[in-house]
Design a protein around this ligand. Structure first.
Ligand code: COI
Length: 383
């Protein structure tokens, strides 16, 4: 069974289309019939839900669909297992690979909430478009994801602070060595029960030598190359004792960009400040959600270019009260130390009543059903 979406035309989804869909589902109530082959050897009992190292465990099933010259076909769910890929698959050589990171939460009444599904689908398609890859229609994205998570619903952790990390991804699978846009893609989803991404507050370095992305490049897309290219600079920073890098603008290194696994936010003189998104900065969905929540909580905010020198001044005169990362995997990751031009500063602001913690709590409460989902962010799978 497949969905034909014609030729490689980028489909943009409006919010109206997104809200046309029912927001609450009972298990296996789906709009499409996705063939399901169930595992006979669940790995649930071998999973230590009390110690969920990020990405260590993968849930029992995976979804796959194949794009073949203009049509998604052969979609289905089967037991999680290695796949067969041609050594000449274009994605392995020329980097047409894109992924998303999403989360499902166990709610206090036992239901499952999936956070901002339509927005992730839109961002996935923006990344796919930038990489000249086949679009994945919202219907296919949504139905495959909901069917997979209802099948693996026991993999959504019940432990506080844990969630099911959802990894939709797409790669060019056409067998060809000549450099060309692939005519064949795999769209897959795998899931992993996870605890906190970072175990403690981070010591970070403001990077002024290496560059993650430049304007006009692929920085806003969640394509594999953006992450692969960051490993070497991150390893150098690690040798110097840092957990992460804060990237700066490619021209002049004077303004803050993002941290690679998360967007950056600061509390400076009582105001929440964060750089705007751009072609070189990921349009973070956690970032966007925290800004919305800050607005509701009456926290003054500014979305504007943030200079390295004002962060340095704030660290020196004590006006920089908080610095933290915001991302799907990281959620809200407090930063304890920042190094700028070889000077290491400690952020000494008290953690009690920290804006970052209040925002994290507000977000978690919505996801777990403890607070009203005022913006319609949750897609609910009934227990
Ligand atoms: C995410 O937050 O989902 C990310 O993509 C960051 C990282 C795990 C690569």
């Amino acid at each position: 069974m497949g969905i034909s979406v014609g030729s490689l035309i980028f489909i943009s989804y409006s919010d109206t289309l997104a809200t046309d869909y029912p927001k609450s589902y009972t298990p296996m109530q789906t709009l499409m019939q996705i063939p399901v082959q169930k595992t006979s050897h669940s790995r649930l009992s071998q999973t230590d839900f009390k110690n969920l190292e990020f990405g260590k465990y993968i849930a029992d099933h995976m979804f796959t669909a194949t794009w073949n010259h203009g049509t998604w076909e052969n979609s289905g769910i089967e037991p999680y297992a290695p796949i067969s890929v041609s050594p000449a698959a274009l994605g392995l050589h020329y980097g047409q690979t894109v992924f998303e990171g999403m989360k499902a939460y166990r709610m206090q009444n036992g239901d499952i909430s999936i956070f901002r599904l339509e927005r992730h689908s839109q961002r996935f398609n923006k990344s796919l478009e930038r990489m000249s890859m086949a679009p994945v229609p919202l219907e296919l994205f949504k139905e495959s994801l909901l069917t997979l998570i209802s099948l693996d619903s026991e993999w959504v952790p019940r432990e506080e602070g844990s969630s099911l990390y959802i990894r939709p991804f797409c790669f060019a699978s056409e067998e060809r060595l000549g450099m060309k846009v692939s005519d064949e893609y795999k769209f897959m989803i795998i899931n992993s029960p996870v605890g906190p991404y970072y175990a403690k507050p981070l010591k970070v370095k403001v990077e002024k030598h290496f560059v993650r992305a430049a304007e006009g490049g692929t920085g806003y897309a969640k394509c594999g190359g953006n992450y692969g290219g960051a490993f070497y600079p991150a390893a150098q920073a690690k040798k110097e004792g840092f957990d992460q890098i804060i990237w700066t603008h490619a021209c002049g290194h004077e303004t803050i960009e993002e941290a690679g696994t998360m967007n950056m936010m600061f509390v400076l003189d009582g105001k929440l400040i964060t750089p705007p998104t751009s072609s070189s900065v990921l349009d973070g969905i956690t970032r966007d959600s925290l800004l919305t929540l800050a607005g509701r909580l009456g926290i003054p905010q500014e979305v504007r270019p943030v200079t390295v020198s004002e962060i340095r001044d704030g660290l020196e005169n004590g006006k920089l009260q908080e610095a933290f990362g915001a991302g799907t995997a990281a959620v809200v990751a407090p930063i304890s130390h920042i190094s700028i031009d070889d000077t290491l500063y400690e952020i000494s602001g008290s953690q009690e009543n920290a804006i970052s913690l209040n925002l994290k709590k507000a977000l978690t409460d919505i996801r777990t059903g403890k607070a009203e989902d005022f913006a319609g962010w949750n897609t609910i799978l009934k227990a």
